[in-house]
Write a protein that binds this ligand. Sequence first.
Ligand SMILES: [Zn+2]
Length: 389
Amino acid sequence: MSFVCLIFAAILSATACPPRPPPLIEALGEARTLRPDAERAIEVANDVLRVAREPFRIVASWQLNGRGLREDELVVYLVGSPLSPRELWEERSKLETLITSITSDLGEINPDASNCGDKDDCVGTLYPETSIKVVMDVLNRQNTWELAKTSPECRCIVLMEQHLLLFRIVFGADWARYILLMRYDSKDQLQADLDSGRVPDVLLESKRVPLEAMVAFLLLHEVGHVTKVPLRIPMRDNADLAAFLDRLSSEQREELRADSFIVRLLAARCFRQNPTGLLLDTCYTPAVLSMLTFVVGMKGKSKDALCLRYLDTVAGYPNWQGRLLLLGYQYEEVVGKGYSLLTDYLSTRRHLLEKASTSESKVCRDAALRFSANRSSPASGSKVIDGPR
Ligand SMILES: [Zn+2]
């Protein structure tokens, strides 16, 4: 803060001067590529907050033009990366190659294992090892991404530009064609059916999550961390759901609390009014993300891959697929679907946990240890709160 600004602040108000950027921004600088996407997302998030009469507004750091924050404002920063431009490009390029290899992978299965489900050991032989390895590679990368973060001390939200760009590569890919391809014996046969118009258009419409919609979703999640909204999930006498929630650490519960805030706002805005454009995409984000997350991991059938898909493998966070299904389930209170997907997930998760501690897989044993630690000593204390991973 400049000396002049300090004097103005003392005479006028604390909002006269621009906020001091958080340490991460001072260390890595601000990024610019996704500014237009962030601006559109901020408009949607502010619209949702305004209609819900929540006392928060979001403003981009680059739109402050030297002014300070008003009392109800949170400032958004887009952070750069410590990697060089070439390294950033290589990281994205490698991920693109991986996604291309998944989406062009024919649905080759082992006929002897075709009746095996996720709870059966034989499911590990359903797909070729090379297919499973590529899926694992993508799931492991996803686990390292931090898309957004905030902290109780900072009236700010930090968006990670590079990780958002990586996210777009995964969830912007043509997964509809991949799903279709799995139903065919060969790519040539699919192409022939496409050429002769035998494939209905609806099967070719790829559901994607536009990056701006994902950013709006993230912004609302981060605002959720700033609120005191309690976590309230309807239990429906489901023992698996009760056990799932009971065994979460306080950090994991905090993530679900911020997720619940999104549901509370979006359900009211999306299902009782008539959303259009980017707001409609934001309304669909939890459901489409959940569906695509399932599709991306579909061939992940080894022990390690199943534990990545079902168990908590990132410290402080509930499993990503589980979070999305829980979001869908809470939406369900408003619109009427989603419960059976969540109950299937929870039942398979319990089954894997029962076997995980004795498994030969390190991923599984680590996740089982994390789960046991939650029972004996739930984590506590404040921390930097990271966005959905
Ligand atoms: Zn969070």
